[in-house]
Design a protein around this ligand. Structure first.
Ligand SMILES: N[C@@H](CCC(=O)N[C@@H](CS)C(=O)NCC(=O)O)C(=O)O
Length: 202
């Protein structure tokens, strides 16, 4: 299988962590792919009209996106599903936490584009502040929920780890750890997991 990805993308990281957790590294070829919302990557665009990473081309030649679908597909390749609980309250809880993390990542990535891509004269501070507030709202909720994470590392916790890692990578000045000791301690611990350590952004 071919995974369009790059090491900076927190959404691609979700998939890369899942692949490692599921023991699928030998089956997935990671293809380093540059993306930009203002300069579409032609090769990727032929497989995914959204021109976003992660995108997975399966051994059967199907093309899958986005990170949620790819992670669940990979989980299904494993005889014993591990990252997505079976239908029921635990599954809904995991999907909800994934949605929370993905929403924070969407907001943080939009801030990144605004600050790194949009010409300075066109930037809108209120808009950046609005996105940043969403990220901090999610962090506060995750801080309140960290005590319930337990030893589990399902798709919800993978998403949470990708949020923390992306903020360290792109927005160290946001000091996300400040006032969130539980989440910080959890992230420190989970960062030692090989799947997380190996996929730390450059
Ligand atoms: N909902 C998507 C989001 C993917 C996404 O935003 N990827 C970014 C990189 S982190 C991207 O490809 N951006 C290029 C663009 O917006 O054109 C997912 O979960 O995979």
């Amino acid at each position: 299988m071919k995974l369009y990805m790059n090491r900076a993308s927190p959404f691609a990281r979700k998939v890369r962590i899942a692949v490692r957790e599921l023991g699928l590294t030998g089956r997935v070829q990671e293809a380093d792919t540059a993306v930009s919302p203002v300069a579409a990557n032609e090769t990727l665009g032929r497989d995914n009209p959204l021109v976003k990473i992660p995108t997975l081309v399966t051994d059967e030649g199907d093309t899958l996106y986005d990170s949620r679908v790819i992670c669940e597909y990979c989980d299904g390749l494993n005889r014993k599903s591990r990252l997505f609980p079976a239908a029921g309250p635990q599954r809904i809880a995991a999907l909800r936490r994934q949605a929370l993390a993905d929403g924070a990542l969407d907001a943080a990535v939009l801030c990144r584009y605004e600050l790194a891509l949009r010409p300075e004269a066109l930037r809108w501070p209120d808009w950046i502040a609005g996105q940043k507030a969403k990220v901090f709202g999610v962090l506060d909720l995750l801080e309140a929920e960290t005590g319930r994470f337990g030893e589990e590392f399902n798709i919800g916790q993978i998403g949470a780890a990708c949020v923390c890692g992306y903020l360290d990578f792109r927005f160290p000045d946001w000091n996300w750890r400040s006032g969130r000791p539980q989440l910080a301690a959890w992230f420190e611990r989970i960062s030692r997991r090989p799947s997380v350590a190996e996929t730390t952004p450059p």
